[in-house]
Design a protein around this ligand. Sequence first.
Ligand SMILES: O=C(O)COP(=O)(O)O
Ligand SMILES: [Mg+2]
Length: 208
Amino acid sequence: MPLAIFDLDGTLVDSAPDLRAALNRLMAAQGLDPFPLPEVAAMIGDGARALLLKAFTARGLAFDEALLPGFLDDLEANSAVLTRPYPGMVAALEALAAQGWRHAVCTNKPIAATRALLAELGLAPHFALVLGGDSLPVKKPDPGHVRGVLEGLGVAAADAVMIGDHQNDIRAARGAGVRSVFAAWGYGEGTGADLSAAAPSALPALLG
Ligand SMILES: O=C(O)COP(=O)(O)O
Ligand SMILES: [Mg+2]
């Protein structure tokens, strides 16, 4: 049975508004200026700690590690306030399942916030396995993150495809010997992807 491995932020769901809200709550608590949505979207892809690091660097400040646990708690509690699946995504997941595909999630978002988000949006039942950015010792772009999904479900690389909106997704898939589809509706760049999809609704035909 083929496996479709989905990235989360910027691929399955438009989560930049909640990431921005959590980031700006932290910024406000530190007496710092908020970030506009496009600037936050461009910082998403390397996980929550990296987002904070980039935000503080953008303000010319060093990042204090002691701020991370509170940010993670906020993200977990508020991961699906503004976040929604991309239009057509649920229908695409269902159509792919009807075509015989199983689904998994491979995200750099921490696993606690990931599970909360998937549960709150009713998406969890679609996925046979979910790995977050802190589920393994490595995360995307390390191919070990994608390999962890394959091994967890006993699927060969040749029977899988990775769908993602970021270079990290494309690189991790390539390193694991998995075909990649660039999710052009998300936040990042897809240089080097095997295929590109303009919208979730294109996935069922693209994957056959
Ligand atoms: O939270 C992030 O920065 C990235 O998450 P993603 O891997 O689901 O895009
Ligand atoms: Mg992404």
